[in-house]
Design a protein around this ligand. Structure first.
Ligand SMILES: Nc1ncnc2c1ncn2[C@@H]1O[C@H](COP(=O)(O)OP(=O)(O)OP(=O)(O)O)[C@@H](O)[C@H]1O
Ligand SMILES: [Mg+2]
Length: 446
């Protein structure tokens, strides 16, 4: 990779060895031998291939920059949409000169999977396809200088379009079209990082600038806190802080021209029973995850009634029905995915609950699209343990209700015209799996 260049006007031809140039080392006869990979063997096309391939929704880039803010310990993140640009400002640790230069590395991350969300070393390139420029300004606390790195994505794109296929190496692309500067800091005490995506294409901007879409994406994907008015906010946060290593929730503020500033928070769901909590363990007792779950007080699918405390029309009940996997606060997949784990009542009772499952086992790794986990033994173990735990949630609910006289719910009434008669055989249940429901829901078995 070429070093930091001071050039403000990018050269018209890329530097470095042209791709395809043969190295002088010949293939040895008989024995296997290595041949060095030339700088030019890794083409600049890797940048669009990866950034377009990995981040299919323009809002994914918001997730990537907020993820970096969370990894930098930022308690607050501001997302501002202005004209045809987006700015993501965080009050995290910031970067010094050395760290900012290292941030340009492609596919190399110095993060630690045990504590950080990022690990692939490509997230900052998620804005490549959307915008023509990316500017990162950053500062550490007590530094009198701030450092700026600017990616000229427009020049990179036109270089890739105009040069013969394979003739531009990734090194020369990043080396020639990334520029740096330092400047005096305005507020020496502060630390921050500001990511500016400039000149965003119209089609992508439409999606980013839609407040409803942006809010929905943030709520469904990022580690935001509950609204202050949510009855169980404190108790859930307290349990998560104690039981989920590195648990943190960020305050995300949305700002855009002509609209009111808004702090995004999870809705204050109403008419829920007190939460139940537990660890999810494998058969050797190793903790793989931790969950909280609240059952609708009326023993029915979560609906508009549960959203009565929130501004009308802002949230959809279906966004909060059932469970979501969380990895360090970021959602993996969606709430429809876990229904298959909830075998009781053939899955229909799944949407009577709302809850989250925080994955703790660090061997369970989100896939790059973050719509599932990578297939490995740890994922299989987690799924077995989650399946077994989900079936026991109703029983836990009953025990916890019996133990808590202060919050003892009234006896559940099933909200259907005819009493539910479940045939174990008809819905494929075992005695063990259906028993928990009998007490909680007053089901009768035949
Ligand atoms: N907001 C930020 N605050 C502090 N450091 C940051 C910030 N954004 C990026 N960095 C630094 O830049 C590096 C590169 O970020 P990038 O998102 O590309 O990779 P990553 O976070 O390491 O991995 P991943 O691709 O999985 O997100 C980070 O490892 C981090 O050191
Ligand atoms: Mg990252």
């Amino acid at each position: 990779m070429s070093g930091a260049k001071k050039a403000t006007t990018p050269p018209t031809v890329p530097t470095g060895t042209p791709a395809g140039t043969q190295l002088s080392l010949a293939i040895p006869s008989g024995e296997y031998g290595t041949i060095p990979v030339a700088e030019s063997d890794i083409g600049g096309q890797l940048l669009p291939i990866l950034s377009k391939g990995l981040y299919t929704n323009p809002l994914d880039c918001i997730r990537e920059y907020v993820q970096n803010a969370v990894d930098a310990g930022a308690p607050h993140v501001n997302i501002r949409i202005t004209g045809n640009g987006v700015t993501i400002h965080d009050t995290g640790r910031g970067m010094d000169e050395f760290q900012l230069k290292a941030a340009r590395k492609f596919g190399i991350s110095s993060k630690d999977l045990a504590h950080d969300v990022g690990f692939r070393g490509i997230g900052i390139y998620s804005g490549y396809d959307l915008s023509n420029r990316l500017i990162i300004t950053t500062k550490k606390a007590e530094s009198t200088e701030q450092f700026v790195m600017r990616f000229d994505f427009k020049a990179m794109k036109s270089m890739l379009d105009s040069a013969p296929a394979g003739s531009v190496s990734l090194n020369s692309l990043l080396g020639d079209f990334t520029t740096f500067k330092k400047e005096p800091a305005f507020d020496p005490a502060s630390s921050f990082t500001t990511v500016e995506l400039e000149d965003i294409s119209e089609v992508h901007l439409r999606k980013l600038a839609n407040r409803n879409d942006l809010r929905h994406y943030i709520l469904q994907n990022l580690p935001v806190d509950f609204a202050d008015t949510f009855e169980y906010r404190e108790v859930i946060n307290e349990h998560l802080r104690q039981e989920v290593p590195g648990y943190k929730a960020v305050t995300i503020r949305l700002q855009s021209d002509g609209e009111k500033d808004e702090v995004v928070s999870k809705p204050a769901l109403d008419k829920l029973r007190p939460p139940v909590f537990d660890s999810i363990k494998d058969d050797k007792g190793k903790i793989l995850a931790y969950f909280w779950a609240c059952l609708n007080q009326d023993n029915k699918i979560l609906g508009e009634d549960n959203l009565a405390l929130t501004p009308a029309g802002r949230f959809k009940p279906s966004d909060w029905q059932g469970f979501a996997y969380k990895c360090k606060g970021f959602t993996i997949g969606n709430r429809n995915q876990l229904v298959k784990m909830f075998t009781l009542g053939n899955g229909t009772l799944y949407r009577w609950y709302t809850g989250e499952i925080y994955v703790i086992d660090e061997h369970v790794i989100p896939n790059t699209a973050r719509d599932d986990f990578e297939s490995n033994a740890a994922k299989s173990q987690l799924e077995i343990a989650v399946g077994a735990t989900m079936d026991m949630i109703p029983q836990k609910q009953e025990t916890s209700s019996n133990n808590s006289s202060a919050t003892k719910p009234r006896l559940p009434q099933i909200n259907v015209s005819k009493p539910i008669k479940l045939s174990k055989r008809s819905i494929g249940l075992t005695n063990r799996s259906v028993r928990p429901w009998v007490g909680v829901l007053g089901l009768s078995l035949r």
